[in-house]
Design a binder for this molecule. Structure first.
Ligand SMILES: Nc1nc2c(ncn2[C@@H]2O[C@H](COP(=O)(O)OP(=O)(O)OP(=O)(O)O)[C@@H](O)[C@H]2O)c(=O)[nH]1
Ligand SMILES: [Mg+2]
Length: 221
């Protein structure tokens, strides 16, 4: 006979719901912190090597002297990206996630506690290089920007519609390489419009600075 005390019990935990729910709460707190300090925060996502750091470097040069900027660099390891941006005279914090393929709101919260927020007006967050994981994790920012580039081949938008859907703006980067790669940018932009007809799209070369001004204008900076 089974002792009722020993009967196995089942607890159903919706891990996705619990995990994302907790992250949404933390993101809302971050948003409050940014708002309280009058800080504009931008989350920059995209696959490995699309030019997220280069874009932030270009933005820092473009906005030099206009805003006090802080940059968070999300990577599994190293301080390479934080060091690159710091070389433009910008304060940076590297967030090493170890094994996590994305930043989450709690990591941003911890990083925010390490600085005097009164010193900054603009925060750029470079997410971990990945076109899949970061999309589901709100950080509490004002704008979510996804960087795709012409060196990733023609299908990355069609293959990752969810990430595109989560974005507020899309950068098509490395536009200076279009001719050399015989890349069809119009077709890529059409793929983006297929996912979201109203998505703001910017054709940019983070290397030459082409198109950065229009993007900065759209960020209201
Ligand atoms: N030609 C050209 N090269 C670029 C451009 N943007 C970035 N690159 C180059 O592309 C390479 C990757 O750029 P990063 O800025 O490191 O890319 P990332 O997205 O930050 O990469 P991870 O942080 O590793 O995910 C570097 O060699 C950059 O110099 C661009 O607009 N044009
Ligand atoms: Mg980078």
């Amino acid at each position: 006979m089974t002792n009722p005390e020993n009967e196995s019990k089942t607890v159903n935990i919706d891990i996705r719901k619990d995990l994302f729910g907790a992250n949404e709460n933390a993101a809302a707190l971050n948003a409050e912190i940014f708002k309280k300090h009058g800080i504009v925060a931008v989350d920059i996502m995209g696959s490995v090597g699309t030019g997220k750091t280069q874009l932030i470097e270009s933005l820092c040069e473009h906005l030099r002297g206009k805003y006090r900027i802080l940059m968070f660099a999300g990577d599994l390891a190293t301080t390479i990206d934080a060091d690159r941006v710091a070389s433009h005279g910008v304060d940076t914090i590297q967030i090493n996630t170890g094994t996590a393929c994305h930043l989450d709101a709690r990591m941003i919260r911890v990083a925010l506690q390490k600085v005097n927020l009164a010193d900054y007006q603009l925060v750029f967050i470079e997410n971990v290089g990945n076109l899949i994981c970061p999309a589901g994790y709100s950080l509490g920012v004002d704008k979510k920007v996804v960087v795709v580039s012409v060196t990733e081949g023609p299908y990355m938008v069609r293959k990752h519609p969810l990430t595109i859907k989560h974005a507020d703006m899309i950068i098509i980067n490395k536009i200076d390489l279009v001719d050399a790669l015989e890349f069809d940018v119009d077709a890529l932009e059409a793929d983006i419009r297929e996912v979201d007809a109203k998505m703001p799209v910017f054709r940019v070369s983070s290397k030459t600075g082409e198109g950065i001004d229009k993007f900065v204008e759209a960020l209201n900076l």
